[in-house]
Design a protein around this ligand. Structure first.
Ligand SMILES: [Zn+2]
Length: 637
């Protein structure tokens, strides 16, 4: 047990791998000494988010977000500093006692305990449902449903067994309070069970009953693998003989709803927000990062079925249209999405409905056309995983899919009214497209569209599209920060750039500050760089554990952005390279300086530089530096 003080914070920092924390939400790839991925704080197509695990520091070259693990958790989850420390401490197995008033600390501990109980009651219920699928006397309909989906494991370790286990598939018993009795026996309060939606208060006002009864259950997990909700599929009633054998006479009760929904999901709770949850995201996370794309399906069975057949990057929204929150959540794991929705009109409407969220989150999207009336579960069972992979490879872009769908449905070429309506519909689809590649595609596609719409003058249609494209592209450019940034970075003052690179080498390898030759060279630097180097020496070589945030806070504003980006993305992988570049740049810096002051001195120094004799050159530079100082009345150091 430790108290939340500076020491604990440092310990949490030391024991936290920033890459591990970031990787929970962002797909990262190693590049040199750092990792890069798509920034979770702004919309982008190419990765500009850098994470340096050695320094525990991240920086986005696009939106300039930067910080350490604590800041990352704070910003990502919208929590306070103390809450972020708490979460990181939990991960690292560090227990924290906070310095609060006794009353505060009791209230805090109590709310934390209540929240933990919600996760625990969910976990206990999931275990209970799993056990009931193995041994409950009325489980046969659940088993039959799994068999119908060909989800019967042959061995306890095959892919199907693995899928059933990772989705915690179970059976919620028939009857009215079997699950709740079990949870009560384990010591859980009905308040907790009600809070996560497992218990429903009786209308009579006394007691609770099970929300999920006689259903095939899927647990919904958060990104840490904790049970936050359930989704239950309705099952046919048990045979009367089975009921009799189980000693149950009737389950009818006045609280029973007249009709049962095919799927029932937990209501929202303090730990479950359906708009911010994706079914299967936890199980898919590794595969999403490996493949860089997600397959979006509609139902739980689609997810489990594909997973059982080796397609693990599959996710589904939970009884909602695909939301922007879900799209953003997904985007931190994979930049592309493949929509594989049921081949019926509802599936087609779902594609259109998801378009805005996909566009706003900046996801790349293609659509797989399934045969009419076939869902992904059936498709993968009947045709096999390779057919799914092939279908994905030949999937069309979202815009093209929407145009085709629009032209395929209810359209007679010869009727001018419907044709005019279709032209308008297609033009609107293209007008609202913000992805530049998709727009280009749409323009190239215009001939095909024009032919299909029986428009005699394709050029008119093309001209219309071009107008839309021009309007859109100037809007897109204005909202894209990287272009402006690159332009700005390409023309810095020459001397500044050289001095910055000296500082950059030190940020890459602070150990260089202990190198005598480097030390000698650095004594010639001036201004902000000299100050920054002194700060670096104190921070990275001093007694105190290095905290990048504190270091940056003291760095002069003029070079702050450079320091932040360099700390997140070191340039030199080897100390030796950094040393060579640093020494070269110090001489260059001094040459520039001398050039400005006394051009006539330059020759001797240039000769020494050309001969590669650094010591001689350095000596000359020192001499001239001393002279310059005397001349300018600075005095000798
Ligand atoms: Zn960013």
């Amino acid at each position: 047990m430790t108290v939340l003080g500076q020491e604990t914070i440092e310990r949490v920092r030391r024991q936290t791998s920033l890459v591990a924390v970031v990787q929970q939400v962002v797909r990262l790839q190693r590049r040199g000494r750092s990792f890069v991925g798509l920034c979770p704080f702004h919309k982008e197509k190419t990765p500009s988010f850098h994470v340096n695990d050695e320094r525990g520091f991240y920086h986005c070259f696009g939106c300039k977000a930067s910080g350490d693990a604590i800041k990352f958790v704070q910003e990502m989850q919208g929590v306070s500093f103390a809450e972020a420390i708490q979460e990181l401490a939990d991960r690292a197995g560090i227990e924290i006692v906070e310095e609060r008033s006794a009353e505060d600390s009791r209230a805090h501990a109590e709310s934390r305990r209540r929240l933990l109980e919600l996760f625990e009651v969910g976990n206990a219920a999931a275990s209970y449902f799993e056990q009931a699928l193995r041994d409950h006397p009325l489980r046969s309909q659940a088993i039959a449903e799994l068999a119908r989906r060909e989800l019967v494991a042959s061995t306890p370790t095959d892919a199907i067994a693995d899928a059933l286990q990772s989705f915690r598939v179970g059976y919620a018993p028939y009857g009215w309070d079997e699950s709740l009795r079990h949870l009560r026996n384990l010591g859980f309060s009905m308040k907790a069970a009600e809070s996560v939606g497992l218990a429903v208060p009786r209308r009579s006002g006394s007691g609770h009953y099970d929300r999920f009864r006689h259903r095939l259950m899927f647990a919904v997990l958060d990104l840490q693998g904790r049970v936050i909700a359930f989704s239950g599929r309705d099952l046919p009633d048990p045979e009367p003989a089975d009921l009799k054998r189980a000693g149950i006479l009737s389950a009818s009760e006045s609280d029973a709803p007249a009709t049962r929904a095919k799927y029932m999901n937990s209501p929202e709770s303090p730990i479950y927000k359906k708009r911010e949850t994706l079914f299967g995201l936890y199980q898919a996370r590794q595969s999403l990062r490996d493949q860089g794309r997600a397959i979006l399906v509609e139902g739980n069975f689609d997810v489990v079925s594909m997973h059982a057949r080796g397609l693990r990057n599959v996710i589904a929204p939970l009884g909602t249209a695909f939301t922007l929150e879900q799209a953003k959540l997904l985007r931190r794991q994979a930049p592309d999405i493949i929509m594989m929705l049921d081949g019926d009109s509802a599936g087609r409407r779902a594609v259109l409905a998801a378009r805005e969220a996909i566009r706003d989150a900046g996801l790349g999207c293609r659509v797989v056309n399934l045969p009419d009336g076939i869902d992904p579960d059936e498709f993968v069972r009947k045709s096999g995983p390779d057919a799914v992979r092939n279908a994905i490879e030949s999937a069309r872009g979202l815009l093209q899919h929407l145009i085709d769908t629009c032209l395929d449905s209810g359209f007679t070429k010869d009727d001018p009214l419907t044709r005019a309506a279709k032209i308008k519909e297609v033009a609107e689809l293209i007008a609202t497209e913000t992805n530049p590649e998709a727009r280009t595609m749409a323009e190239n596609y215009a001939d095909v569209v024009a032919a299909r719409l029986n428009i005699s003058d394709a050029p008119t249609f093309k001209a219309l599209l071009r107008r839309i494209r021009t309007a859109n592209s100037s809007a897109a450019e204005a909202s894209h920060p990287m272009g402006a940034l690159e332009r700005q970075a390409s023309s810095p003052n020459k001397g500044d750039a050289v001095a910055l690179e000296v500082f950059g080498c030190i940020l890459d390898w602070p150990e260089l500050l202990k190198d005598p030759q480097v030390e000698g060279a650095l004594s010639l630097t001036e201004g902000d760089i000299a100050l920054a180097l002194a700060l670096a020496r104190r921070n990275f070589l001093g007694q105190k554990a290095d905290c990048v945030e504190e270091f940056l806070a003291k760095i002069p504003v003029s070079i702050h952005a450079f320091a932040a980006s360099r700390l997140a993305a070191p340039r030199h992988n080897r100390l030796e390279d950094a040393r060579t570049v640093l020494l070269k740049n110090v001489s260059k810096l001094m040459r520039l300086e001398q050039h400005r002051r006394r051009p006539e001195d330059l020759e001797a120094i240039q000769r020494a530089a050309a001969s590669g004799d650094f010591d001689a050159e350095l000596e000359l530079l020192r001499r001239h530096e001393r002279l310059a100082r005397v001349r300018h009345g600075v005095g000798e150091r």
